[in-house]
Design a binder for this molecule. Structure first.
Ligand code: F6P
Ligand code: MN
Length: 323
């Protein structure tokens, strides 16, 4: 059996990054325990507050954020962190080699129905300067040195890229450690499955309306094949399905709040998932270009997301270019 720390050693991951990833894994095991206790430990339900995004915080959003912060800041490897649940960046150790951005509990509306949620993370090298600011986080996702997520599902899984493909690990509950279970993840170029929140259909831009209408028309429509649809409503679980069995996932711009460029956040949702998807041979775009090439302007910036099977992503993006 190949455990996470052993695998990181073998793949020549820099020791400080390996140590940071180990700490992240420990923090996520702790989050998994709280999730498993569920209603028994009074952790379900709302925290009664809104986060910086104006979303109602669940108690477990707050608990997960605090756990990650505590573990990461104590590790000595993190110069600063950014979180969905924190307005501004949080300074860490002044000798820490890395910047970490995370969504502590993605899909947290699934908690109360005992469905899948996850922790998503993105890691950059810290700047060589003495001080660190929000500006240091604002670099294209292409510069990420590692990215991944922990999925809290029937199994707890860590899915990770350090720039050399994508590996999947499964938590061995008895050993308390993550075991390598998929050595190299690959997304097929073509697909007949898509994921989108169909209830927003009337709010989408015209190219997305046409693209989805053509998928729904199936074998009688211009695509001349039938498409299946899936939607877990937690990005982490929807992207996990795409890494496991292919497909296209999109959360497009819509005109419910026209001044917001999308729902998903670039720094701790779109960027890390885009790195995983590209490392697995897929594509990750907005309707304009590759997500990993976006120069971020704000830590909580939102973007439209179209990712998964390369050929299908290209077809979807093409509808936008042609309009
Ligand atoms: O973090 C935002 C998020 O929870 C994603 O995980 C998910 O894809 C999306 O929101 C679902 O939102 P909605 O149900 O509003 O479409
Ligand atoms: Mn999220």
């Amino acid at each position: 059996m190949q455990y996470l720390s052993h695998q990181l050693q073998q793949s020549n991951t820099p020791p400080e990054l390996a140590s940071l990833l180990d700490v992240l894994a420990v923090a996520c095991k702790d989050i998994a325990i709280r999730l498993q206790q569920g209603a028994m430990s009074g952790v379900l339900g709302s925290a009664g507050e809104e986060n910086v995004q104006g979303e109602t915080q669940k108690k477990l959003d707050v608990i997960s954020n605090d756990l990650l912060k505590d573990y990461l800041l104590a590790s000595g490897t993190v110069r600063a962190l950014a979180s969905e649940e924190e307005q501004s960046i949080v300074a860490g150790h002044d000798k820490g080699g890395y910047l970490v951005a995370f969504d502590p509990l993605d899909g947290s509306s699934n908690i109360d129905i005992n469905s899948m949620v996850g922790t998503i993370f993105s890691i950059f090298e810290a700047p060589a300067t003495d001080t660190v600011s929000e500006q240091d986080f604002l670099q294209p996702g292409r510069h990420q040195v590692a990215a991944g997520y922990v999925l809290y599902g029937p199994s707890v899984m860590l899915v990770l890229s350090t720039g050399d493909g994508v590996q999947m690990y499964t938590l061995d509950q008895s050993a308390g450690d993550f075991v390598l279970t998929v050595e190299q993840v690959t997304i097929a170029e073509d697909t007949q499955e898509f994921a989108i929140n169909m209830s927003n259909q009337r709010y989408w831009a015209e190219p997305m309306q046409r693209y989805i209408a053509d998928l729904l028309a199936g074998s009688e429509g211009p695509r001349k094949k039938n498409f299946n649809m899936r939607w877990v409503a937690a990005m982490v679980a929807d992207v996990h399905r795409i890494l496991c069995r292919g497909g296209l996932f999109t959360y497009p711009w819509d005109n419910r709040e026209p001044n917001k460029p999308g729902k998903l956040r670039l720094m701790y949702e779109a960027n890390p998932m885009a790195m995983l998807v590209e490392q697995a041979g897929g594509s990750a775009y907005t309707d304009a270009g590759p997500i990993l090439d976006i120069q971020p302007e704000q830590i909580h910036q939102r973007v439209p997301v179209i990712l998964g099977a390369t050929n299908e992503v290209a077809i979807c993006v093409d509808y936008h270019h042609k309009s």
